[in-house]
Write a protein that binds this ligand. Structure first.
Ligand code: 26Q
Length: 822
């Protein structure tokens, strides 16, 4: 890259290069000029220009990996929540400033062009975004890391509110063309479904299994470049799309049923059509199983093909290949790799099994029982008959081993069997992933401990050495450098820029924790970010918020265990206090929500409606005035998140202890200087350890207390009877006060659930939460002390870089080379 820079640090040659590329692409790729180009055309022209720069590095990187025959790490995931790419590519190439100037000199505002890009929303939430952060970190660490997933035609739905209710709209993100992908027709392959299995004896008398009379679908790969941060590395995310084979059903065809024959073909194109919008709960639909197998079969085929370019047998396979399973969604890979090695490559079973176990690692992301995948045996047998046989064989071998270790323990065999036989028979995918892997990890220390104690207790007793923890992390490039440029600049001016690749370097900020001049700059930046968010809020919701109020934010998927409802109850409690005593001392707050509910999740959707109605009532009550505002931003997504975290004062991480595996939003808030109010759940525990108890607001029942309360019998009604604050809040909801002219009983399902069930202990934690919130308000009044805490949160959050997480995965599980290009 040309290095000529001016005194301002601007690379003039690069500016010219970008302008030239932009004009060339607008002319030759889009056939447009300055008069006819839309904003989107101009975005595309810039994207193509940046893409050219990525391609040079991409080709070089891949050549190097090939020539050195490096160990590859494959991250198999049904979800990659990438968000936008342009800004990230500019940051990682180190050309943000040059691109901005280039556009300016062409009379364009790069901020406008960047807003044109659609989010690649190929994920639901935490698990999908984690995969995206990991790709960034692997590239930045110079590892040969590949993402494999599905190129859904429709990503996570777009959310609108109609009269306060969530309405889903399809996310047609490819409609205007996606500039960051390259179709690779030459690597398309055939994936088989259904059919049956025939056994034959080969010349040596060995049994051979032949899977035949299948219905086939084509899988076509699309590659997306993944740049590392300023290191010239570009890795690959390979996403599969399904397509019909060109064969017609000649039976139909000859019968003159041309349309039916074509129709049949259309059906097979449906596999990659849409992302399942469930988060932390499973949908046991056959189409979902087809998605899983399509991408697993295609990816493993691709992985073997790449390996075989350098190797003639499979003895070095585990030395050259590590495959990480992102939850159980790709767990069928265990059976598929066995099938490939035994049936296709002719290995003996025992050898293939050893290789399989050495290659796979499995990450669990949840303890929620409703999120544990199990597939009906009957469905598996029909769709993937050979895999079902393989699973039976794995299970038989495994249960024999269990019997040897624990003779006579029949109940243990029943619990550990890969087949759940308590009613209709199911395959337990978490068990399949566990026995097929040499490593099983949780995503935060507490979560891993709970896995060992509960879900995987039997397995932990059998092979404790396989269990390990890998606390989640987030990429500081997207979640600070790109999203909060002002704070990034202030930090770099004071401690240098090494924090971008070594987040522990933020420790250097500690010495400014009491520096008055530094405080002023820190506060000014937060305020500027809040002003910008306030503009978005006004545009999106029509609500004018007070930028000098505390921005109290809860953004994450809507789920009962995350307890947005507890937050709502507290808001009503504050409202009650204000109504009783309008002249009370009150620390002004703006409550900000963002959350999508799974379309079929009734209670989650009711909670959205409740919060929207609370917002309407409170925002228009003259007694409240500027003291409280409640806003629910529609369509929470990566690009919106990037604007919210930098503008937040308070981060709500209030899940029932023992339910949130880790959380990663908690890390994004703290990295941007928000203080946390939270329970001792997931990674909150470790965040508290790092930042210090004096710099975080921890409240609520702990895991063992939750357990004890449930064991003794939890009666939420008791809290309603004995706590007048709770009583007033619930009575107000039950009275129809928030029903806004609709049915006064509108929120009865919520009220009844709270009073008679309350599975996530909102009422048990209510008073502890309200008391803690009072402390938060008092703390906010002391601007100096608050700013000091904010600085110390940022200074001490280094552990939560996904670079650290990936280094640990690599050291303990993958054992691949890093800094390969160096
Ligand atoms: C399964 C089967 C069928 C359809 C959908 C699903 C499905 C899809 C997504 C099940 C679960 C998920 C997503 C889970 C998830 O996002 N878990 C979160 O993972 C984060 C990263 O580790 C953690 O930080 C969060 O605590 C955890 O909730």
């Amino acid at each position: 890259m040309p290095k000529k820079t001016t005194s301002t640090g601007l690379n003039r040659e690069l500016v010219e290069q970008i302008k030239e590329g932009f004009l060339r692409h607008r002319h030759y790729s889009l056939a447009k000029d300055e008069y006819t180009a839309t904003d989107y055309d101009n975005f595309l022209s810039l994207a193509y220009t940046v893409r050219d720069m990525l391609f040079d590095r991409w080709i070089k990187t891949q050549q190097t990996y090939y020539n050195k025959d490096v160990k590859r790490v494959y991250y198999l995931s049904l979800e990659f929540l990438m968000g936008r790419t342009l800004g990230n590519a500019l940051v990682n190439l180190g050309i943000e400033k040059e691109a901005e100037v280039a556009m300016k000199e062409l009379g364009l505002d790069i901020a406008v062009l960047r807003e044109e890009e659609k989010d690649a929303g190929l994920g639901n939430g935490g698990l999908g975004r984690l995969a995206a952060c990991f790709l960034d970190s692997m590239a930045t660490l110079g590892m040969a890391g590949y993402g494999y997933g599905i190129r859904y035609d429709y990503g996570i739905f777009n959310q609108k509110f109609v009269n306060g209710y969530q309405v889903e709209e399809p996310d047609d993100w490819l409609k205007l063309g996606y500039p960051w992908e390259v179709e690779r027709c030459e690597f398309q392959l055939r994936v088989r479904f259904y059919g049956n299995v025939r056994v034959e004896r080969d010349a040596n008398g060995y049994e051979r299994y032949i899977w035949e009379k299948t219905q086939d679908v084509l899988a076509i790969p699309f590659d997306v470049p993944i740049p590392g941060y300023k290191n010239d590395v570009v890795n690959t995310l390979r996403l599969w799309t399904s397509r019909a084979t060109n064969e017609f059903d000649f039976h139909d065809f000859n019968a003159g049923n041309y349309i039916d024959a074509v129709e049949e073909k259309n059906l097979s194109e449906n596999i990659s059509k849409v992302l399942y919008p469930n988060d932390n709960s499973v949908a046991g639909k056959i189409l979902r199983l087809k998605q899983q197998y399509l991408f697993v079969a295609a990816s493993l085929w691709d992985i073997l093909r790449r390996y075989k370019k350098h190797h003639k047998d499979f003895k070095d396979f585990p030395k050259k290949v590590a495959i990480q399973l992102n939850d159980t969604h790709p767990a069928i890979a265990v059976a598929e790799l066995m099938r490939l090695l035994v049936d296709e490559e002719g290995l003996v079973w025992e050898e293939a099994w050893k290789i399989t176990q050495q290659v796979f690692g499995y990450t669990n992301h949840t303890l929620m029982p409703e999120a544990l995948e199990k597939w009906p045996v009957a469905m598996m047998e029909e769709l993937l008959p050979r895999h079902m046989q393989i699973i039976y064989k794995i299970n038989a071998d495994f249960l024999a081993e269990v019997s040897r270790r624990f003779p006579g323990d029949v109940d243990r065999l029943r619990r550990m069997s890969l087949i759940d036989e308590s009613g209709e028979r199911y395959v337990r995918m978490a068990w399949l992933a566990t026995v097929g892997s040499h490593s099983i990890n949780g995503v935060a220390a507490l979560h891993t401990e709970l896995l060992k104690k509960e879900l995987f207790h039997d397995f932990y007793e059998m092979f404790p050495e396989r269990f390990n923890n890998k606390t989640n992390g987030i990429t500081p490039r997207r979640w600070l450098l790109k999203s909060n440029p002002k704070l990034s600049t202030l930090i770099t001016e004071n401690i240098g820029d090494e924090w971008t690749i070594d987040l522990f370097k933020l420790r250097g900020l500690e010495k400014f924790a009491e520096d008055k001049a530094f405080h002023k700059k820190w506060q000014d930046i937060k305020r500027e970010n809040k002003v910008k968010l306030a503009e978005i809020i006004a545009r999106e919701t029509g609500v004018q918020v007070n930028v000098d109020s505390m921005f109290d934010v809860q953004v994450k998927r809507l789920h009962e265990y995350k307890r947005q409802l507890l937050n709502a109850l507290h808001i009503i409690h504050l409202y009650n206090q204000l109504k009783e005593n309008p002249s009370m001392n009150f620390v002004p707050r703006t409550f900000i929500f963002g959350a999508k509910a799974a379309p079929g999740y009734f209670m989650a959707k009711m909670i959205i409606k409740l919060i929207n109605n609370i917002a309407k009532v409170i925002n228009s009550d003259p007694v409240v005035g500027d003291k409280m505002k409640v806003v629910f931003l529609p369509n929470y997504r990566v690009s919106l998140a990037e604007k919210i975290f930098p503008a937040s004062d308070l981060s709500e991480q209030i899940s029932t202890a023992g339910t949130e595996a880790s959380g990663t939003g908690n890390m994004k808030f703290a990295l941007n200087g928000a203080l946390t109010i939270g329970t001792l759940d997931g990674a909150n525990v470790e965040i508290a350890e790092e930042v210090g108890m004096e710099n975080i607001f921890i409240f609520g029942l702990k895991v063992d207390e939750v357990e004890a309360l449930k064991k003794q019998g939890y009666h939420p009604y008791h809290y309603y009877e004995t706590n007048p604050n709770i009583r007033k809040v619930i009575d107000l909801i039950a009275s129809g006060y928030f029903s806004q002219g609709e049915d006064p009983n509108l929120f009865k399902p919520i009220v009844d659930n709270l009073l008679y069930s309350d599975p996530y202990l909102c009422l048990a934690d209510f008073q502890l939460y309200a008391d803690c919130q009072k402390k938060v308000s008092e703390a906010y009044l002391d601007t100096f002390a608050w700013t000091k805490k904010s600085i110390l949160n940022v200074a001490r959050i280094g552990k939560f870089s996904s670079d650290r997480t990936i280094i640990e995965y690599n050291k303990d599980i993958w054992k691949a080379e890093d800094h390969i290009l160096k």
